[in-house]
Ligand binder design. Sequence first.
Ligand code: A2P
Length: 345
Amino acid sequence: MAKQIKVAVAGATGAVGREMLKVLEQRDFPASEVVPFASARSAGQKVPFKGGELTVRELTEDSFAGFDIALFSAGGGTSEKFAPLAAKAGCVVIDNSSAWRMDDACPLVVPEVNAHDLEWHKGIIANPNCSTIQMVVALKPLHDAAGIRRVIVSTYQAVSGTGQKAIVELENQVRRLMSGQEANPEVYPHQIAFNCLPHIDVFLDNDYTKEEMKMVKETVKIMGDPGIKVTATTVRVPVFYGHSESVNVEFERPLSPQQARVVLSQAPGVTVLDNPREKIYPMPIDAAGEDATFVGRIRKDETIENGLNMWIVADNIRKGAALNAVQIAEALIEQGLLGVPGVNR
Ligand code: A2P
């Protein structure tokens, strides 16, 4: 008989946690039981699942006994505290926060790119930053084809990446401003409605934001190639769902736009939408709710020998977070990698 797989979802009342439940349901994930956890504030609350409702439990130190997989999206502090406890209890953690991403003991995985890194997990697997995930899904096949030297990326990131409270803030600000009231920013340092903020996460000593440096470092770790240089500008825009990215890539070898379209159209997880004359290109309103990473506006960078420009869009809550986490869980099952080495494997 197939193993009964018990799944915990930590942060199940949040924007990503709710989507995790939805993705588990939609993909008919082979779970014998799914249990939602959140803070004490939400204990007893109901969340929808498979046509019914599940009751949210408070996440505590003893929550993980008997679970095989825990999907975490409850903030970095919660992950730092609870993920090691889960792993100690033999439950493999797939963590959506940035807490474990650059830890040498934790694989950082996008299944289309580096599912092989799951082999060396020790109980905690990190889900990359949303902007990084969609970029590497598109870059990996191009790297294999022509060798990437350098990437210059600018992002246009949706407010849902900040969480449920930011979705509410954008909604409220639009309403308030359209009725002549002040914006009253609370989640963001400035008004987000009808505005763009070149500021995601905190500023670091090098004047980049932490979000920008996540894209730089995580790309190298996932692609497994320190030779790839990445520089990033990350911007929050008044879009609810779907991150967009303008990406300039310099290659070692020639790759024409048409060759890139062919490579990308055969790549797992990628859909090419590239017919500008017919006004066909990726847009966040179309990507929202979809699983694919959409690539379009592929064109030659005429200022360098081997360069392309492109536009990459994906649903940040799905491929950028919940879907990628569930795909990692599916890959673990497929590769027979459930259980924590030294604890229950
Ligand atoms: P809660 O709703 O009880 O605060 P988002 O990213 O959309 O803001 O969601 C964050 C998620 O993380 C929510 O489900 C939130 O639960 C959960 N969370 C935040 N802090 C904790 C904590 N200390 N323990 C467990 N869950 C937490």
